[in-house]
Design a protein around this ligand. Structure first.
Ligand code: NAD
Length: 308
């Protein structure tokens, strides 16, 4: 535990991180358009008319335009069968003008992300949900990575926050946020504890951590009095309460205890969509490789840098 009391909590705002990613994406998408005649294109596919999913699509659309990525929204009726969803995904897989496909959640209860993920071409899987990309991530191989946790890592890196060797707790173990966040931090040499709904003493685990990442969808779950002084807190939570959006962290109580904290809104959210843009661009570059090449894999960020 730090001997000096922390008096000032640094707000880790997403805007400058998103701006840096956007600049990189714009350079790469210009290269694709101007030199190779390829317009990187993302399709968001939604079944039904969930307001949160449609709001997310709106924010994706605005952000993609600024990153040089074309966006198309496809909405299927809520009565769409599993076969209908699989057919729609197959058509997107076969469309050479589509480089990335994001399945917007939630879906009607008779469908699931797993059904969609099983049928999506891993080369177009810009949120890392297919078994191929999830497996490659867990094996430490190049892959399109889930945008939200990858954004969390980009945020930490942007602000120069050390991950290597630190004790970290990740709360939430979903396939799109918590689990890959734990994997990404393990790959960066953190010692990671994964907590979830059945964790017996969450407060104890949180009190030990130097880095706390929370993706539970549970407002106020993490309070300042649970934290080790000087902890870094990454809040992925998005909870709509009336007209307000709040995270999973009780923001007021962590001020003066945490060394740094991602505010909600304005923390991880803007970075997530910019990772989606860079994943779409990486997928567009990868689509140019000959299909007979054995190693049809997305470019790693360092390879993208080399191209831009
Ligand atoms: P999910 O419902 O699939 O998973 C929630 C996880 O949190 C589960 O593993 C569950 O065990 C755990 N959990 C729930 N309540 C808990 C509790 N009281 N104590 C300990 N663990 C608990 O959710 P998800 O899709 O991973 O999303 C999590 C949150 O992140 C939501 O608020 C969602 O809106 C948000 N989210 C944010 C972004 C972003 O860009 N910031 C992107 C996706 C999701």
């Amino acid at each position: 535990m730090s001997a000096d009391p922390v008096t000032e909590t640094q707000l880790l705002r997403g805007a400058p991180v998103a701006a840096a990613l956007r600049a990189r994406s714009l350079a790469s998408s210009s290269l694709l358009r101007d030199n190779l005649g390829v317009v990187p294109t993302l399709v968001t596919l939604h079944v039904g008319a969930d307001p949160a999913a449609l709001a997310y699509r709106g924010s994706i659309e605005r952000s993609m335009a600024k990153a040089g990525v074309e966006h198309r929204g496809i909405t299927l009726p809520p009565t769409t069968s599993a076969e209908g969803l699989i057919d729609a995904i197959a058509a997107l897989n076969a469309d050479p003008l589509v480089h990335g496909v994001l399945i917007l959640m939630p879906m009607p209860p008779h469908l699931s992300l797993e059904i969609a993920a099983e049928h999506l071409d891993p080369m177009k899987d810009v949120d890392g949900v297919t078994p191929t990309n999830a497996g490659r991530l867990h094996l430490g191989l190049p892959a399109l990575r889930p945008s939200t946790p990858q954004g969390g890592i980009e945020l930490l890196d942007h602000y120069g926050i050390e991950i290597d060797g630190r004790d970290a707790v990740v709360i939430g173990r979903s396939n799109i946020v918590g689990k890959p966040m734990a994997t990404l931090m393990t790959m960066r040499n953190a010692t990671v504890t994964s907590c979830h709904r059945k964790t017996v003493d969450l407060a104890h685990h949180v009190s030990q951590a130097e880095v706390v990442a929370v993706a539970a969808g549970c407002p106020g779950l993490i309070r300042g009095d649970m934290l080790r002084e000087g902890a870094v807190v990454i809040d992925f939570g998005i909870n709509v309460i009336g007209d307000t959006i709040i995270g999973d962290v009780d923001a007021a109580s962590v001020m003066g205890v945490a060394a740094a904290y991602t505010p909600v809104p304005g923390g991880t959210g803007p970075v997530t969509v910019m990772v989606l843009a860079s994943n779409t661009i990486a997928a567009a570059f990868a689509s140019l490789a000959s299909p007979v090449e054995a190693d049809r894999r997305p470019l790693a960020p360092s390879e993208l840098d080399a191209l831009s």
